[in-house]
Design a protein around this ligand. Structure first.
Ligand code: IMP
Ligand code: MG
Length: 483
């Protein structure tokens, strides 16, 4: 049975030619595309010009949770598409991260069996992707693929228009500013403008970058009032945060402007009830970000942090996935969790609270000396008897593997019924001693990181996120490991 391509393409073209907002157009394309090739889900992704993230422009048939599973790192998630290739994964269940599936667990939960990824290209340059998801393992016909390539062409035009409208908006503002008006300098990167209309916007953009939250600058204009000659009033919110599906309008401290903006936001909410928008002043930023699990509270030491590697939200999401897997694997058993103080405290407490098993947490403390020789000595032993017990070693991070190797040998000598390792972070590139890791939260690069229990000279442990230290601090930090 061949798909209903023509009506689908007609529908897609007409929605693209409408004056609907980007999201609505994106969702509509996703729906038509999925249905035409009999997929259960679809996403239209825009490749962030920095080539790092794929931003969801529209989707169909996928849960909110799935869409928020975290930013899609373009190089980790089906990277071959970036080379302009169509990628088809028939059975994601048998495939892991190293083969280009960034969130296998989430995919499985969503009930996804196969993924077909089509590049959206403009002059041989990949600018986005269409992904089709199916619930059962199946093949796509040649016509399915050709149809999707046509949809991809339409999407390329749509993206171009989206960038163009931003360019026009910017050049209009530039014109207004300088009436002497020579041809305004257009920013080289339209979606990441090099100049903002207001310094507070630039600051907010930097903050979002710091927390690695995807954003678009002024991506959509909402008509608010219509007169005889069409739209009489428009409102263009400053930012769109795609991961939170939230528009943000920043306010200055001028009361007259705030009143005016309040009116516009209220009107927008009336006219477009499905849109989430927030009016924020400078002091609201951190409160908002904290609410979404990105920021941190109080006076925790955060200076010296270059960027956030994993936000609180991402950490908690990953811990739940690990805990679920462990709960399944050890169902019906009692489990002794062994952690090494102090780095493990955050992970241990989050992990054990998510386990649906009877659990006995226990801790050891060690000290290391002898510089690089790294002689390890146990300064606090376990409280419980582990002989004949199922033991899960819980680690914050495995780096060279020397600490873990030593402790595993020590525990094995006490004859547990079983012994496995769960580490939140795995700095595999630095491994010297090969230790078997059964459960891994995230594999990370060779960077010195702090927060979520990890320290540099005793500091930073209480940050709720995991951050990368500035380069100079990192070198010092590498010398100063302490549990
Ligand atoms: P390993 O013996 O080299 O595997 O070292 C593991 C221990 O080193 C961890 O438990 C941490 O205490 C510490 N460590 C390794 N890498 C980092 C890091 O990037 N930041 C903070 N502590 C680290
Ligand atoms: Mg440790």
């Amino acid at each position: 049975m061949s798909g209903n391509y023509y009506p689908a393409l007609k529908q897609i073209n007409s929605v693209c030619n409408s004056s609907f907002g980007l999201r609505k157009i994106g969702n509509s394309i996703a729906k038509s595309a999925a249905k035409a090739v009999r997929g259960q889900g679809c996403r239209i992704l825009f490749l962030n010009p920095l080539k790092r993230y794929l931003v969801t422009i529209g989707s169909y048939g996928l849960s909110d949770l799935f869409l928020r599973k975290g930013p899609l790192d373009a190089r980790k998630s089906l990277p071959d598409i970036l080379d302009g290739k169509t990628v088809y994964i028939a059975d994601i269940a048998g495939i892991a991260a190293e083969h280009g599936i960034q969130y296998p667990e989430e995919d499985r939960k969503q009930g996804i069996a196969s993924i077909l990824g089509i590049p959206i290209a403009k002059d041989d340059k990949v600018v986005g992707e269409i992904r089709i998801y199916t619930r059962e393992i199946r093949e796509f016909s040649e016509s399915d693929r050709n149809f999707l390539l046509s949809v991809a062409d339409v999407c390329a035009l749509l993206f171009e228009r989206m960038e163009l409208s931003i360019l026009m908006e910017r050049s209009y503002k530039a014109d207004k500013e300088k009436l002497e008006s020579h041809v305004p300098q257009l920013p080289t990167n339209a979606l990441r403008p090099t100049s903002f209309a207001h310094p507070s916007e630039e600051e907010f953009a930097k903050l979002l970058d710091f927390y690695r939250i995807e954003w678009l600058y002024e991506p959509r204009a909402f008509p608010l009032r219509w007169g005889d000659n069409g739209v009489a009033e428009m409102f263009t919110p400053d930012f769109y945060l795609s991961e939170m599906d939230l528009y943000v309008e920043l306010t200055t401290l001028k009361q007259s402007l705030i009143t005016e903006k309040n009116r516009k936001v209220r009107r927008l909410k009336e006219l477009y009830p499905e849109i989430n928008i927030k009016l924020l002043n400078k002091y609201d930023y951190t409160r908002l970000l904290a609410k979404y699990g990105y920021s941190f509270a109080g006076e925790a030491k955060a200076e010296g942090i270059e960027r956030i590697l994993y936000s609180d939200t991402q950490i908690q999401r990953r811990v739940r996935v690990l805990a679920k897997r462990i709960s399944q694997d050890y169902a019906g058993e009692k489990l002794v969790l062994v952690g090494i103080l102090k780095g493990v405290v955050c992970f241990m407490s989050d992990l054990m609270r998510n386990l649906s098993l009877p659990v006995i947490p226990d801790f050891m403390a060690i000290s290391r000396y002898g510089g690089d020789a790294r002689v390890v000595q146990i300064t606090k032993d376990l409280d419980s008897t582990i002989t004949g017990q199922h033991v899960l070693m819980v680690e914050d991070i495995v780096d060279t593997g020397m600490t873990l190797n030593y402790v595993l040998k020590y525990i094995l000598a006490r004859n547990p019924a079983s012994l496995h390792v769960c580490t939140f972070l795995d700095k595999r590139v630095r491994r010297i001693v090969d230790v078997p890791l059964k459960y891994v939260g995230f594999e990370i690069k060779d960077e010195f990181i702090v927060g979520y229990g990890l320290d540099r000279e005793g500091e930073y442990r209480n940050l709720p996120f995991i951050g990368v230290l500035h380069h100079e601090l990192m070198k010092e930090g590498a010398k100063a490991k302490q549990g």
